[in-house]
Design a protein around this ligand. Structure first.
Ligand SMILES: NC(=O)c1ccc[n+]([C@@H]2O[C@H](COP(=O)([O-])OP(=O)(O)OC[C@H]3O[C@@H](n4cnc5c(N)ncnc54)[C@H](OP(=O)(O)O)[C@@H]3O)[C@@H](O)[C@H]2O)c1
Length: 231
């Protein structure tokens, strides 16, 4: 059965990804900051031997290296960089931009997914499907920005997009497909209660894009329905 590693798997889209892949019989390495508090994820594990829960704060570089070493003999079909943060809304208004929290959001949304790609490159290269997937957002699109605001979130995800586009060139020779996905606006803690989409629909759509993406589509930015998003 194929194997996937998911960051931020304890709630929201990450939890739903874990749920759907387990249901399909995949081996799921579900990472979260606090496994002891990850009740919904622990619940998924009951009766599903192929769920492995790992403690990982994605900006803990040593912890990331240690996890990669611990899983050294486990090929991964898909590395799914899902963990992300928006940052405090009040800190990211022009005129009152706060530097330290901006740097924190940059570490989580931009640097950490790329460090994950470095750490887990051998695992993905050893897998059959060879895919590295990054959950981005349409809010990162420069072309699609008609509203402004959200400086931390937009800039760090736009930087993520550039980084993964670069990565597509670096890992293409190893046969690894790199994909940026926009989940839609989804009802999670981040998306809020007004969001029109539910996680199961968004995740089912993204899973289709992950399954069908070929090396020829590497470095592309798609939404959950497979529509190309302009950078
Ligand atoms: N929901 C939407 O409408 C929407 C739209 C576009 C893009 N996205 C993207 O989709 C992804 C998932 O979002 P979501 O809506 O599921 O958000 P969410 O419900 O807020 O969940 C975020 C997840 O990321 C984890 N996380 C945050 N910082 C972390 C860190 N330093 N180390 C490890 N894990 C960390 C959280 O863990 P804790 O529980 O420990 O905090 C949580 O599991 C994000 O990358 C987000 O930018 C979401």
């Amino acid at each position: 059965m194929p194997a996937i590693l998911i960051t931020g798997a304890n709630r929201g889209l990450g939890l739903e990804f874990a749920h759907q892949y387990i249901t399909d019989g995949w081996t799921v390495h579900a990472c979260c900051r606090s496994p002891a508090q990850a009740d919904a994820l622990q619940e998924l594990g009951k009766g599903a031997k192929q769920l492995h829960i790992h403690q990982l704060r994605v900006t803990d570089w040593d912890g990331m290296t240690a996890l990669a070493q611990q899983l050294a003999t486990e090929p991964l079909d898909v590395l799914l960089n899902n963990a992300g943060i928006y940052g405090d809304k009040d800190d990211q208004n022009f005129g009152a931009l706060h530097v330290e929290p901006w740097t924190d959001v940059f570490q989580v949304n931009t640097i950490a997914p790329l460090k994950m790609a470095e750490a887990f490159l051998p695992h993905v290269a050893a897998g059959k499907m060879k895919k590295m997937v990054f959950i981005s957002t349409k809010m990162a699109s420069i072309t699609d920005n008609h509203q402004g605001g959200s400086y931390f979130y937009r800039t760090t995800k736009t930087a993520l997009n550039m980084a993964l586009k670069n990565l597509a060139f670096d890992v293409g020779a190893k046969g690894i497909t790199v994909l940026a996905l926009h989940p839609g606006w989804v009802r999670t803690d981040m998306g809020g209660p007004q969001a029109p989409l539910q996680a199961p629909e968004s995740v089912a759509g993204m899973r289709q894009q992950i399954a069908s993406a070929t090396l020829a589509e590497s470095g592309h930015f798609l939404d959950y329905q497979g529509q190309e998003i302009p950078w």
